[in-house]
Design a protein around this ligand. Structure first.
Ligand SMILES: Cc1ncc(C[n+]2csc(CCOP(=O)(O)OP(=O)(O)O)c2C)c(N)n1
Ligand SMILES: [Mg+2]
Length: 372
């Protein structure tokens, strides 16, 4: 079967079956492949002592790219979580942005090197900076959805988290509120079967997180996280429903966690060799690749071309991040507290940086006095 060329605007039967073009399918594939490659690079850099900590999205990428796809970049909002590499790439971040954050460089978009690695955020791409306490992003995203409804902007807000995090009280409060007020909101639970070492049976008394949706009077949809187009279809329906004003949807994507919880975890302590070996059958990357080849959307030649481009991108991003400047230590306290508010007294340690105490000479003695 002849493959369609990128940029041709062609629509294969497979793409048409979900209302997309071949460029969309290749675009999704590229995001998934890039997310996997940058993730694998992070582990190498961690084990080589170059970056301190990795929390991985491997196994989640298919669901993440597909579920972010129907949301509109720079219009809608996503409050991601620490495994959301593919979500963030699908929403406009680049491999370079992921790696500069891992290296905690001054240019890091997420926080200028201040947050833990994996704490994605990028205001230019409507990605909300995340907090370490799990599920706090729920209230941020519901709040954004409320603002969108009040302002009648037509925006949709989505947040994602793991199944363990979905047991936090914030999730109940957020879903209940969003359902009552029919907010344009989507909760995506990426259920990988573990909360660190705790298996799902010890986290939930029901088989599915999505079963809870009926308690809020909203749709609860379960999707196979390795079925990229199934995830896309569920997300498209949820986005359409939200934009129509019909309220929120809970999507539960059954995904796999291909790595340990983080670079500080040893998963062989609680997962058997058989379990780990069996995971590859549900790996979204080879499954989507095979599906695209079968449909004639991807040829061997195009696959090699994309692989070479992704490798070049990751190599350049690594070199860029290695060579980028560290944050100036004198700026460590910048953006922690509100700065340069008229009449504000700086904390005892100053505001930090060039636009800290210098701009507030008059306040300096007051700050010193505060130490006493
Ligand atoms: C409120 C809170 N409790 C505990 C933790 C420690 N912690 C970090 S990740 C994690 C597991 C979360 O599991 P899950 O939501 O299933 O996400 P996964 O890591 O499996 O993707 C825990 C307990 C935390 N960060 N915040
Ligand atoms: Mg989990």
């Amino acid at each position: 079967m002849a493959a369609t060329r990128p940029g041709s605007g062609a629509t294969s039967e497979l793409a048409a079956s979900v209302g997309l073009t071949d460029d969309d399918l290749i675009g999704m594939y590229r995001v998934i492949a890039t997310a996997r490659a940058v993730d694998e690079r992070m582990w190498v850099l961690n084990r080589a002592g170059r970056i301190p900590f990795v929390i991985s999205g491997q196994g989640h990428e298919g669901a993440q790219a597909a579920i972010a796809w129907p949301l509109e970049r720079k219009k809608d909002w996503i409050a991601p979580f620490y495994r959301s590499i593919a979500t963030c790439l699908a929403f406009g971040m680049q491999a370079r942005d992921i790696l500069t954050a891992q290296y905690a460089k001054a240019i890091d978009l997420s926080s200028g090197g201040r947050q833990m690695p994996g704490h994605y955020g990028n205001v230019a791409n409507n990605l909300v900076s995340l907090s370490s306490p799990v599920a706090t992003q729920m209230l941020h995203a519901v709040g954004i959805a409320l603002a969108a409804k009040i302002r009648k902007t037509g925006q949709v807000a989505m947040t994602s988290m793991g199944e363990g995090s979905s047991n936090q009280g914030d999730v109940h409060e957020g879903l209940n509120f969003a359902a009552i007020h029919k907010l344009p909101f989507i909760l995506c639970v990426e259920n990988n079967g573990y909360a660190i070492s705790v298996p799902v049976e010890r986290q939930l008394a029901t088989p599915n997180v999505a079963d809870r949706a009926s308690g809020y009077g909203i749709p609860g949809v379960i999707v196979d996280g390795a079925d990229v187009l199934g995830c896309y279809t569920a997300a498209k329906e949820a986005v359409d429903r939200a934009r129509r004003g019909d309220g929120p949807t809970l999507i539960e994507a059954k995904v796999i966690r291909l790595t340990a919880h983080s670079s500080d975890d040893q998963q062989t302590k609680y997962r058997s060799a058989e379990e780990l070996a069996g995971l590859t059958a549900n790996d979204p990357l080879p499954r989507f690749r095979a599906q695209l080849k079968e449909a004639g959307v991807l040829t061997d030649e195009l696959e090699s071309q994309i692989a070479a481009e992704v490798k070049k991108d990751i190599d350049e991003a690594t070199d860029f991040a290695e060579n980028a400047a560290d944050p100036d230590p004198s700026t460590a306290m910048q953006w922690v507290f509100a700065e340069q508010w008229p009449g504000e007294t700086p904390p005892a340690w100053g505001f930090g940086g060039s636009h800290g105490t210098e701009g507030h000479e008059g306040d300096k003695s007051a700050a010193e006095g505060a130490v006493d």
